[in-house]
Design a protein around this ligand. Sequence first.
Ligand code: M6R
Length: 360
Amino acid sequence: EKSGYKHFMLKEIMEEPEAIESALVGRITMEGPLLNELKEFNVENVEKIKLVACGTSYHAGLVFKYFLEKYVSVDVEVDVASEFRYRNIHIDKKTLVIAISQSGETADTLESVRLVKKDGAKIVSIANVVGSTITRESDVTIFMNAGPEIGVAATKTFVNQLVVLYILGMYILKSKNIWNEELEKDFQFLKKSPNVFRKILTTINLDEVSSYYKNYHHFMYIGRGINYPTALEGALKLKEISYINATAYPAGELKHGPIALLDPTFPVFAIVPKDKLFEKTKNNIEESRARKSRIIAVTNESNKELEGVADDIIYVPDSPDDMYPLTISPIIQLFAYQIADKRGYDPDKPRNLAKSVTVE
Ligand code: M6R
């Protein structure tokens, strides 16, 4: 059932265009973003949002936080479930709780849902597996419709989480009568994103670059703003399937400690599209180079300012600033996949890991 692909992980990455299409069905309308699931929720009154999730799903939640906070003064907090459930969380009528879980069976995420339910909170879950526990225990589920994901590494489900969360953010903003040109561009981009993914996945070739980098023992992923969660996700993907020590920092944090690690044996993987924060991250790249780290950077194709600055550059199609987490996600996934495969590991079955973490 791998349809000719060497691994499920690669097959599932290649399925991303169709997965996105399924996530968008019925949610992109002439009037704008729509989530029928939330009709009863009066999202226009929401003042606080608490997201709870683990691993990759947590990273998707962080992207949502950066996106929504840019446009509205709603307090968005994202927490990993194993922390959330032991904190003293205050929920009121204006708080929306969103639990994100691909499998719908993650123990800590489920316990977090049960905890806030006791306080009378309404819970929206974002899940992929129909009939999973979280879909029964939350008030409503927004399905990500990615289709079954067999590989332990979350790939197409991460992409679909992002898509669903962007739609959710846009739906909340529209309900609050907040809409502008930038959001309209984001919305139009989501519509065509399946084709953007088709283009990326048919043209990208990371063969040479992954052959080169596969022998390193350490990686430092950096990004800023909405691209910081992508750095976290890139590092998680690499460590879970290739067993390379990858760490991720907001680029501005480098000089507060981690830069001490950098030397020629410790490359920097920079997520750095040409957005408002580009110059800042470019400075951090230059500081890293001064420590003789090799630099691999992902940026957008019309931005040539990294030539001569980064050693290797991977280009993605120009996208609205808010949307780079989406366009860059297949790159970090394929990079990790290629490295794991070239190191001789089976990325579908990483050691010590299970697809659903049903124990705490
Ligand atoms: O099923 P969930 O979304 O609740 O799973 C959460 C994490 O266990 C999961 O995302 C994990 O980090 C992935 N293996 C990452 O690829």
